[in-house]
Design a protein around this ligand. Structure first.
Ligand SMILES: *[C@@H]1O[C@H](CO)[C@@H](O)[C@H](O)[C@H]1NC(C)=O
Ligand SMILES: *[C@@H]1O[C@H](CO)[C@@H](O)[C@H](O)[C@H]1NC(C)=O
Ligand SMILES: *[C@@H]1O[C@H](CO)[C@@H](O)[C@H](O)[C@H]1NC(C)=O
Length: 418
C-alpha cells in the first residue's frame, strides 16, 4: 500500500474539484497521456526523457540508462550513477549500491529533492557506484520480450515475482558489471521483497549489506483509514472488477474505485496524505508538487491483492489463490508457502530505519519484524527509530540527509571495516 496515499490524494482532489482528468484507460498501454494535477507544466515530468536526463545529468552528474531482462522476460530500466559530481582521481573501485523504490512509484521518487538532499546523489558523492532500480510495470519498465502492457498476461504477477525475478535480475547484472558485493537500500515494498528474498537464501551471496527504510514485512497494524478500507475492498471484489490487469492509479476504473473509497465515513480525502501515510513531518511542498507530476506509477492488480492479503492475514506468504485447487496447482499445497523471516542469515548486515508516525510501516508491525530477527547477530543488526517520521519522509524528507542517510552511510562504512 505504500504511497497509495499520494495516488489517492491526487485522485480525490480531482474528484472533489471536478476537474476533468485526462488519464487514459490503462488498456491503451500508452503513458504519453498520463495526467498530472498540474497539467500546465510538464517541464519537470520525465515521461519522454529518461530519469538520467531529467533528474541526474541536469545536476552535473554522469548517469547511464541501462536495461536488464528478467528470466520471465520483463525489460527493466536501470540508471547508473557511477561517481560523484566531483570526479575523484583515485582509481579505487567504488562499492556498488542498488536503490529499490516501493509500490506505485518508480526510481524517480528518490530524486525529487534538491541534489544535496537526495539519497542517490549523496551516495554517489560519498564514493558509491549507484544503481537505481525500476520495478516492472512502472513507466520506464513497461516492456517485455513478447508481451504487451495492453495484454492481461503482462500484469500476471505479484510481489512474489519481484522476489523471484526482478531483484535477482538487477543483482546479477550489477554483480556482473562490478564484480563486487552489493549494498542495498530499499524503501517500503523495496524492503519487503528484499527480506522475502533473503529468507529464501536469495541474493545473499552477492550482498554486502542492506539498509531497509520504512520496512513493511508485516502490515496488519497499518492504521490509515483509506489503507484499511482498501485492503478490505481488495478481497476479491477488485479481482472481478479489474481481473488480471494493470492497476493504474491514474486510469479510469481505479480512479472510480478510489473515489468511492473517499466517500466512506472516516476517510478524509482533503487530507489524504495524512490519512494514508501518517503525518509526514518534513516534506517540501515543491517536492510534493514534483512528486505529483511524476508519480504515481502503475502496478499489477494482482500485486495489490497480494499486499491486501498481507494486511489482512498478518503473515508473510506467497500469493494466495484462495481456491485450494489453485493453490495446489501452483504450490502443491492447499495454502501458500510462507516466507519465514527467521531464516534470514544471522550474519547478514542489516540496518532498519522506521518512523514513529509511519501509518503504513506501523511501529507494532516493525516490532513483529524485529521479533523475527531477534536471533540475528547483535553486531549485524542496527535499528534506527525516527520519532516524527512518516512513510514518505524517508525518501523525500528535507532532513532525511542528516537523520537517515548519514546513518545509512555510516552503516555501510562500518561493514567495510569489519
Ligand atoms: C498467470 O501465471 C500463472 C503462473 O504463475 C499461470 O498458471 C497462468 O496461466 C497465467 N495466466 C495468464 C492469464 O497468463
Ligand atoms: C524546497 O524546494 C525548493 C525547490 O527545490 C528549494 O528551493 C528549497 O530550498 C527547498 N526547501 C527546503 C527547506 O529544503
Ligand atoms: C521459521 O523458521 C524458524 C527457524 O528456522 C523455525 O524455528 C520456525 O518454526 C519457522 N516457522 C514456521 C512458521 O515455519
Amino acid at each position: 500500500m505504500a504511497l497509495l496515499g499520494f495516488a489517492a490524494l491526487s485522485l480525490c482532489f480531482l474528484a472533489i474539484s471536478s476537474q476533468p482528468h485526462a488519464a487514459s484507460p490503462s488498456r491503451t498501454g500508452s503513458f504519453t497521456a498520463r495526467h498530472v494535477p498540474d497539467s500546465s507544466s510538464s517541464s519537470s515530468s520525465s515521461s519522454s526523457l529518461g530519469i538520467c536526463a531529467s533528474f541526474v545529468i541536469i545536476h552535473g552528474y554522469q548517469c547511464h540508462e541501462l536495461h536488464v531482462t528478467t528470466k520471465d522476460g520483463y525489460i527493466l530500466s536501470l540508471q547508473r550513477i557511477p561517481q560523484g559530481r566531483v570526479v575523484g582521481s583515485s582509481g579505487a573501485q567504488k562499492p556498488p549500491v542498488i536503490i529499490q523504490h516501493g509500490v506505485l512509484v518508480d526510481g524517480t521518487t528518490w530524486l525529487l529533492n534538491s541534489p544535496e538532499q537526495n539519497l542517490p546523489l549523496i551516495l554517489a558523492d560519498n564514493g558509491f557506484d549507484v544503481w537505481i532500480a525500476n520495478t516492472r510495470g512502472t513507466r520506464f519498465s513497461r516492456r517485455h520480450i513478447f508481451r504487451d502492457p495492453s495484454s492481461p498476461a503482462f500484469w500476471n504477477w505479484s510481489w512474489d515475482e519481484l522476489v523471484d525475478y526482478d531483484l535477482p535480475a538487477v543483482f546479477d547484472y550489477v554483480f556482473s558489471q562490478t564484480g563486487q558485493k552489493i549494498n542495498y537500500v530499499g524503501h517500503s515494498l523495496g524492503t519487503l521483497v528484499a527480506l522475502a528474498s533473503f529468507s529464501e537464501g536469495g541474493l545473499v551471496d552477492q550482498l554486502q549489506a542492506a539498509a531497509l527504510l520504512s520496512p513493511i514485512a508485516y502490515l496488519s497494524h497499518m492504521n490509515t483509514a483509506l489503507g484499511v478500507i482498501a485492503a478490505k475492498a481488495f478481497v476479491g471484489e477488485i479481482t472481478t472488477l479489474f481481473g488480471l490487469a494493470e492497476f493504474n492509479p491514474l486510469g479510469l476504473p481505479v480512479a472510480a474505485f478510489v473515489k468511492s473509497l473517499c466517500h466512506y465515513p472516516g476517510v478524509d480525502c482533503y487530507d489524504l496524505l495524512t490519512a494514508l501515510t501518517g503525518k509526514n513531518c518534513c516534506l517540501n511542498s515543491s517536492t510534493v508538487d514534483l512528486f505529483l507530476r511524476n508519480e504515481p506509477q502503475s502496478t499489477s492488480t494482482k500485486n495489490m491483492v497480494h499486499l491486501a492479503q498481507t494486511v489482512r492475514r498478518g503473515v508473510l506468504e506467497k500469493f494466495n489463490y484462495v481456491r485450494p485447487d489453485y493453490n495446489i496447482m501452483h504450490y502443491g499445497e492447499v495454502t501458500p508457502p510462507i516466507y519465514n523471516l527467521s531464516n534470514i542469515p544471522r550474519d547478514l548486515p542489516l540496518f532498519i530505519s522506521y518512523g514513529g508516525q509511519d501509518a503504513l510501516s506501523d511501529v507494532i508491525d516493525v516490532g513483529s519484524l524485529l521479533d523475527r530477527l531477534k536471533l540475528h547477530d547483535v553486531d549485524k543488526l542496527s535499528v534506527q527509530f525516527v520519532k516524527n517520521y512518516g512513510h514518505a519522509d524517508f525518501i523525500m524528507g528535507i532532513n532525511a540527509k542528516d537523520i537517515v542517510y548519514s546513518s545509512v552511510l555510516a552503516f555501510f562504512r562500518r561493514q567495510f571495516q569489519t
